[in-house]
Design a protein. Structure first.
Length: 363
């Protein structure tokens, strides 16, 4: 009995400073998890609950599967009473295919492990431009881009296109697809979409990129003064061809690249399908970041992500842009929804975000 009393008293004593005496947490201040290969990226580690008055260091290594890519370490200077931040530069490997990079981080003091974390990144080869050229090979693409940024990007990538620079050229364009550049809608009375329905109408697909306003006669508009909720964007139609190779996880943190005033309201009428959206803070509605519409027999995608301006820096931007362009040049609105004698009824029946297998058979 005396032996058990001694053990019980020892358990009541303050925890000794042994190898199990501390538990520091290690997190990241950045959300981005997708990078191009061969890059040097800066990441900030946030370390909490460091012990006082002790020499502490941070050590790490990166791996692809079991192969160690890089090792490093540095002493930590503690911020008294605050979280401690450590800036680390990681050198990403050159890859020819998409790979997962594992980053193992440990915080140590002498032989004692104070805390550790594992982070994962997707590393992409530098082939976005090649994919885009392949998607648009021998396609007649028109670009209506008064701002010029999208045309400059396509020119630098070596992608051929027709410059649609006037109402007349817009009305007469008869290619495979039209891209409306960011900010091309200059006022709420714009007749941009009416010009595309002139006789004979343009029958190709349309990709409308990141507008700050839309014509008043459309049942959709740009939300102003609305802030997104804390959640990340959610893919609402995971079987849709524009999300080929992508998931909701790939869009984590993207809302920080969007001005809250540039979301689209989720429409309650018309042949619109919200493909990617965010809940809005304090609002009983959704903010759509990517919207699909069937207008006069052709497909229109409204994309509010900055895919063109982020094309060279964000791998997901390049993949999404290529997927959207492949979709609008290859798909036929007749195949997008279940067949029906009444086309409008068929569209309404498919608002549950299910997708017909016929939509992807030629993708």
């Amino acid at each position: 009995m005396k032996k058990y009393k001694i053990i019980f008293l020892l358990l009541l004593l303050p925890y000794p400073l042994t190898a199990l005496s501390h538990n520091s947490s290690v997190t990241l201040s950045e959300d981005k998890t997708q990078f191009f290969s061969g890059k040097a990226i800066g990441q900030t580690l946030v370390i909490k609950d460091l012990p006082e008055r002790r020499d502490v260091e941070c050590v790490w290594k990166t791996l692809v599967e079991t192969a160690v890519i890089e090792k490093g370490g540095k002493p930590i200077r503690q911020n008294e009473g605050r979280d401690t931040r450590v800036r680390v530069i990681l050198h990403l490997p050159e890859v020819t295919r998409q790979v997962k990079l594992t980053w193992v981080v440990e915080v140590r003091s002498g032989g004692e492990l104070l805390g550790s974390s594992v982070f994962y990144y997707l590393i992409f080869p530098r082939d976005n431009a090649e994919i885009l050229r392949e998607v648009l090979w021998r396609r007649r693409i028109g670009i209506f881009d008064p701002g010029g940024g999208l045309k400059e990007l396509f020119t630098s990538l070596g992608v051929s296109y027709s410059d649609i620079s006037s109402d007349l050229s817009l009305k007469l364009f008869r290619g495979d697809a039209l891209i409306i550049g960011p900010g091309a809608v200059s006022n709420p009375w714009s007749n941009l979409f009416h010009l595309l329905t002139s006789d004979p109408p343009f029958e190709g697909g349309i990709l409308c990129l990141r507008q700050s306003m839309l014509p008043d006669d459309l049942p959709i508009s740009i939300l102003s003064g609305i802030s997104p909720g804390a959640d990340d964007p959610t893919v609402m139609a995971s079987g849709h061809p524009i999300f080929l190779g992508l998931s909701s996880d790939d869009f984590r943190g993207w809302e920080r690249e969007n001005n809250p005033a540039l979301f689209i309201n989720k429409p309650s009428r018309g042949n619109y399908r919200s493909l990617l959206e965010l809940p809005t803070r304090g609002e009983n509605r959704k903010a759509s970041l990517l919207l699909e519409n069937i207008m006069d027999g052709r497909t229109i995608l409204f994309c509010q992500f900055p895919v063109s301006s982020s094309f060279r820096s964000n791998p997901i931007a390049g993949i999404l842009l290529a997927n959207m362009l492949r979709f609008i040049v290859q798909s036929s609105p007749v195949n997008l929804f279940a067949p029906s004698a009444n086309r409008e009824e068929a569209l309404l029946r498919n608002r549950d975000n299910t997708f017909s297998p016929d939509a992807v058979k030629n993708f």
